[in-house]
Ligand binder design. Structure first.
Ligand SMILES: Cc1cc2nc3c(=O)[nH]c(=O)nc-3n(C[C@H](O)[C@H](O)[C@H](O)COP(=O)(O)OP(=O)(O)OC[C@H]3O[C@@H](n4cnc5c(N)ncnc54)[C@H](O)[C@@H]3O)c2cc1C
Length: 597
């Protein structure tokens, strides 16, 4: 075996909120040797780009009486009745999920939420405040009470800096700019990972008693996305290649307000603070689609409404592919206090000042509801029966626990990454302190990965990674996007199979070892092709419309046949093998209902 081995008790892949919470909590609870690997600088993880807020029932504010569902908010005077409750947060999340979320996991998410936010507060996190100094709260889509706790429009940034600092304080070791390319599972036991040190190009094995993935989402499979370049779904692809299943991958969220053409996010807080959506005729078109919630209906519904407006010729901009987000009536003071970052973003990239003009927007691929299936303690499931992969944990956007089901509500995902990252940290501490072994690695994964890289360097075929990725993104956007149908999905699957063949003839132009981004982009492209096939296969099989999965040829939700999670394993022929898993419902409390807003 090649002699490039690093050993830790715990190796966490991913330095966003989920990975850092897990590492920090394991270290805080007595595990001495915890390491985090991140392919980018830890503080550049996508969690830091989150803008709008983190949900928790705190009952700090309420709507001013008699001002209606979009009226102003005020702090709740001490001693007066609360407006929000755990049951309400649960119901909103379940309804948002179109009843595909597991209700036991949702209960944990909601009940752990206030404690997680208070822990952030105690760690020194700078939240925006109510006049009397409590944490400020705002409205968000699909939530029927103001429960988004925030720090202006840079919430993720302050949360990530806070937890990162705590991880350093607890002596977590960071490997910054290490690209993990392989997960080692032998006999259903996770034994470590293989990574490239991006600075030197050296390939090394990192062995551990427990491996945890907090590798984030997979929005980069789409052409227009709010996601960072790093969100290439490496974690889901590596887990799948190593034999673990993926769950509900067909559910991809499109956010209604990406900056037109760029996809950068204009946070939902723009609408939470009172912004309007208007079409080319100046109409607030949401009155047709969600008369009660209007712009604050859940994202799947608003994005579909926008796409319908665009398809029917009421879009704006020269190609008719945009709509307007109008915040002018909010006034300069509110925009400068609550939404300064998005104002800057629109000025820099669209040359539009939201104080004076409406901002052109369009739907943008935003969030991955699917991922690696886990228990509520972050343990990875090996199959639909509930067996576990020993020593393998996952949390955050890479995981599917499943609290978001078919559609996530805004602000529930910073919450998910924090709650389930922390729970995974506790479970890892128990696992390691309970006598977990450092299992030997019997194969030679370093050699295997060396060979894979060498093969890419030796290849002098005609294909370039950029061309393959662009064709994949266009295909996924046009054929597996907001609206889907059988013909398009079949054609997307064909294209993906062809692209997988073409990938074999790829030419990596840069053969050097230091900071070879051409090589890492190529490895990422392979991952994109791997999980996109699972998205499309799941979407093709699911002959219904639920949450973010909208089939024009099967427009109704079909609980009889499809109230179940999709599980995908990599089959012997390399193609996804689908099976299905029951959804956990509290039939007496939250039975399935028609979803109207
Ligand atoms: C623009 C934007 C705004 C958002 N706003 C909100 C919001 O207001 N509220 C909300 O609740 N949610 C929001 N979300 C969603 C939320 O931010 C994410 O779901 C959440 O932060 C994901 O956290 P994570 O820890 O799972 O992953 P991430 O923060 O994405 O971190 C992933 C980590 O994995 C590492 N990694 C990945 N692959 C590899 C590899 N191969 N090798 C080594 N390291 C690897 C990366 O380096 C990174 O450190 C927003 C998302 C976006 C894109």
């Amino acid at each position: 075996m090649t002699n490039d081995v690093i050993i830790h008790d715990v190796v966490v892949v991913g330095a966003g909120l989920a990975g850092t919470w897990a590492a920090m909590t394991a270290a805080e609870n007595g595990v001495k040797d915890v390491a985090i690997l991140s392919k980018i600088h830890p503080l550049r993880s996508h969690s830091g780009a989150a803008q709008g807020g983190i949900a928790a029932v705190l009952n700090n504010v309420r709507p001013v009486a008699g001002t209606g569902p979009r009226g102003p908010l005020e702090q709740i005077p001490p001693g007066e009745d609360p407006v929000d409750s755990f049951d309400l947060h649960m119901f909103d999340t379940i309804k948002g999920s179109d009843w595909l979320g597991d209700q036991d996991a949702i209960e944990i998410l909601v009940k752990d939420a206030p404690d997680v936010v208070v822990q952030y507060e105690h760690m020194g996190c700078v939240f925006s405040r109510t006049p009397d100094g409590r944490i400020a709260q705002r409205r968000f889509g699909g939530h029927s009470a103001p429960r988004a706790n925030f720090s202006a429009d840079r919430t993720g940034l302050v949360l990530l800096h806070t937890i990162h600092e705590q991880a350093l304080y607890h002596n977590v070791k960071f490997y910054s700019e290490w690209y993990v390319m392989d997960l080692i599972i032998e006999d259903n036991i996770a034994r470590g990972v293989v990574a490239i040190n991006v600075l030197t190009g050296k390939i090394q094995m990192i062995r551990a008693k427990a491996v945890m993935f907090g590798t984030g989402g997979y929005g980069q499979a789409y052409k227009v996305t709010s996601n960072a370049y790093a969100n290439t779904g490496d974690g889901v692809a590596m887990a799948y290649d190593a034999g673990a299943p993926l769950m509900d991958m067909e559910f991809v969220q499109f956010h209604p307000t990406g900056l037109y053409r760029h996809g950068f996010l204009m946070t939902e807080a723009c609408r939470g603070e009172g912004g309007y959506l208007i079409n080319k005729d100046g109409d607030r078109f949401m009155s047709k689609y969600a008369p009660e919630k209007m712009e604050l209906a859940p994202r799947d519904l608003v994005s579909r409404s926008e796409q319908t407006e665009i398809n029917e010729g009421r879009g704006v901009m020269e190609d008719g592919q945009g709509l307007f987000l109008d915040m002018r009536h909010l006034g300069r003071e509110k925009i400068m206090e609550r939404l300064p970052e998005v104002r800057d973003l629109a000025i820099a990239f669209a040359h539009v000042d939201a104080i004076d003009e409406p901002v052109p927007i369009q739907p943008t691929a935003h969030y991955s509801m699917g991922g690696i299936p886990t228990t509520a303690d972050g343990e990875v499931l090996a199959n639909a029966k509930g067996d576990l992969v020993t020593g393998f944990f996952a949390a955050g956007e890479v995981a599917c626990v499943s609290v978001h089901g078919a559609n996530r509500l805004g602000t529930n995902s910073l919450l998910e990454a924090s709650v389930f990252g922390r729970r995974a940290g506790h479970a890892i501490a128990d696992f390691v302190k309970g006598g977990a072994k450092l299992y030997p690695v019997t194969s030679d994964p370093v050699k295997r990965n060396h060979q894979q890289v060498q093969q890419l360097f030796d290849n002098d075929g005609p294909e370039l990674v950029e061309d393959i990725v662009q064709e994949l993104k266009t295909t996924m956007t046009n054929k597996a996007g907001i609206y889907r149908n059988e013909e398009d999905l079949k054609s997307a699957l064909d294209t993906i199979h062809r692209l997988q063949q073409r990938f074999k003839n790829i030419r990596v132009m840069d053969k050097s070892s230091r900071f070879n981004t051409n090589l890492s982009m190529t490895l990422e492209a392979k991952h994109l092709l791997t999980f996109s096939e699972v998205i499309v296969q799941g979407a093709l099989n699911r002959t219904e419309s639920r949450g973010a999965h909208s089939r024009t040829d099967h427009p109704k939700r079909d609980d009889e046949s499809w109230l179940k999670h999709t599980m995908a394993h990599k089959g012997e022929d390399g193609r996804p093998q689908l099976s299905y898993k029951d959804v956990t419902l509290y039939w007496d409390r939250f039975p399935p209902q028609e979803r109207k807003y």
